[in-house]
Design a binder for this molecule. Sequence first.
Ligand code: PCA
Length: 323
Amino acid sequence: MYFRQSLFVSALALAAAPAMAQTAWDMPTPYGDAVFHTQNITEFADDVRQATDGELDITVHSAGSLFAHPQIKDSVRRGLAPIGEILMSQLVNEDPVFGVDSIPFLASSYDDAEALWDASRDEVEAALEAQGLTLLYAVPWPGQSLYLNDEVTDPDDLRGISFRAYNAATERLAQILGMTPTQVEAGDIPTAFSTGRVEAMMTSPSTGVSSQAWDYVSHYIDVQAWLPKNMVFVNTEAFEALPEEHRDALLDAAAEAETRGWEMSMAETETQIARLQEAGMEVSTPSDAMAAALSEVGETMTAEWLEQAGPEGQALIDDYRGE
Ligand code: PCA
C-alpha cells in the first residue's frame, strides 16, 4: 500500500516536472559591473528569477568574460548562449538600421533618441528575427563627447591625432576629421591610452568614468552628439522552448528594464560629468568652430547612411522627423 502510494506521488511529481524544471541561462555581456547597463541587466535577471520562483535563472557574465564583445551576437545566434547584450551599432555591416543611432546630431537628446527608437524598432526586430534572434529591449548610453589632451578649439588641430573608435561610425567620424582611428573595446581603453596607442576618444561620461579617463586625458568637451544603444536579445528557439509563464516573465522584466535603463542613462549624464570634473578633468563646451565642424560631420554621415539604407532608410528618417 505504502509502495503504491509513493509510486503515485512520484508519478505526479514527474508529470509536474516540465513546469517546475529549472532553466539556467548564461548571459554574456560586454561591459563591466560598474557600468549602469550591467547593473540594469543584473536587476532584470533578479526580476526574472523572482517572477518565475527561481525557475528561470539568468547568470550574467559581464565584461566579455564568457564571450568577447564581437563574438556575443553569433554565440547567441548559434545557441552557445541563450541570451546576450551588445552595442547595437556593432551590427551595422549586416544592416544599416543597426547604425542609425550612431550618426552625430541626428538624434542627440533623449526625446529625439526615443523618437528615433520608435521609428527604427520594428526594423531592428525584423533584422534580428531573420537571424533567429528576438529583441528584448534597448537602452542608450549618455551623449557621446570628446576626450582630449588639449582644449581643442580649432578642428584643424584634430588632424593626425590617434583616436580610439568603438564602431564603424566613430571610425568614420575620425577619418572625416583627419584623425587616425583604432578600434578598442571599452575594457581596453586604459591600456590603449597608457601604451600610447591612442590619445583621444569620443564616448559617454559613463565610459569616461568607468575607464578612469582622468588618468590619461585632461579635457572633456561636452558635445553629446548621439546616444548609441545597447540591446538585449534572446535566441528565438530557446525563448520559444520556455513555458509560457517564463516567456511572459521575461518580456515583462524586459519592458521594465527598458524604462528603468533610459531613466538611469538620463540621470548618469549629469552625475558622471560631475565625477569627471571632481577627478580633475577640465570640462568645457565646444567652440563655435568645433561645433560647426562636428555638425558638418553629422550631415555627411547622415547622407552616407541614407545612401546605404536606400528608400527604406529614407522612410525611417522621414518617420522619425514626422514628415
Ligand atoms: N560607451 C561604449 C559605447 C558607447 C559608450 O558610451 C564605449 O565607449 O565603448
